[in-house]
Every structure is written in structure tokens, then in C-alpha cells.
Design a protein around this ligand. Sequence first.
Ligand SMILES: [Zn+2]
Length: 188
Amino acid sequence: MFQFDSHPPIFGRDAPPQEHGRTIDIISAQPGQTTRCVITSSWLLTCRTHWLGHGDSKPCFRTPECPWCLMRLPSRWKGYLCGFLTTMLSTCIIEITSGAVESCPALIDQGVDLRGKVITLTRVGVSVQGRVRATLEDRNFALARHPLPQPFDLLKALFRIWRFDRAAFTTKTITEHEAREQIKEGDA
Ligand SMILES: [Zn+2]
């Protein structure tokens, strides 16, 4: 049996190798369920995404050339964090909605280092469209005993899920104010 304490795993920053076709699971709040996870990245990576259906989503180019905007597919603001599920000893991507940020503004507060905090996501009601509430807390004693894994390459992991070439994109760092403006744009 795997003994966490006597044989601590070696953690890295790399995403699973492409050749095995594995992706890191995205976890989001399910209706009536509470999801708790330790955050291993320091800040929220944000992006608008287009939902193509059948489990497929793509990042929005945010330019008039975006192929999915041209197809008039709606886009939604999303935030992503590197997570670690202590119950499974596995990495995951934590998906954050605009509603979650509304309930927990610290998620986009650039004065807050999110690494090591425990996030709890709860979806209100029974609908998958229900609003998500988020809370942040410091790791308790039991969780703090375990070494915190290094964050993996979140962008690389997302591009793998999107099955999309990262080279087609540029990324930029935005301010908290710009993040708020983007959230205000709503679900266009
Ligand atoms: Zn688009």
C-alpha cells in the first residue's frame, strides 16, 4: 500500500506527457455538492471560453478573427487554478466562475497569494447552471503536515484539454481592475 508519510512522492511542474493522451481533470462545483481542494498556484489564470458542446470547449481569441465568435457561439468568463486533491493525492485544475469571484473577491485580489489555501466550491440549488459560491481558508493542521506540491504548467494543461496549439495565442498579465471589467462583460 502506498504510504504517503514514509515515501513522499516527488512532485514536478510538468503536465502529463502528451503521448499517453492523459489530461489533468478539471474540477468544478456540482449541484448539491461541495468540492474542497488545496490550491497550489499563486494566482488565478483567467480566460473566456466557448462551449462547443459534447464536453468540448475552446479559448476565445478576444479578436474579431476568433473562429468561435465568428460562429456566434457564446463565451463565458472562466478562471483556473492548479489544485491538489489531498484525498486522492492527485493534481487537478480548479474551474472558477464569475459568480464564485463575486462571492469570494480574494480570488482576484492581487495582494493575496492563493498558494496553500483551501478552496471550497458549492453550487447553489439543483441546476448545473446554479450560482457557485467559493470560500477560502488556510490549511488546517492535518493538511499542513503534507508537503505542498509545486504547481504544474496550468496553461500547458489547459491547451491539452482544449486540444489547441498554444503558439496561436499570446498571454498577458492583467490588473485586478481589468479582471473585474472582464467579469462585468458577463456571459456574452
Ligand atoms: Zn471567441
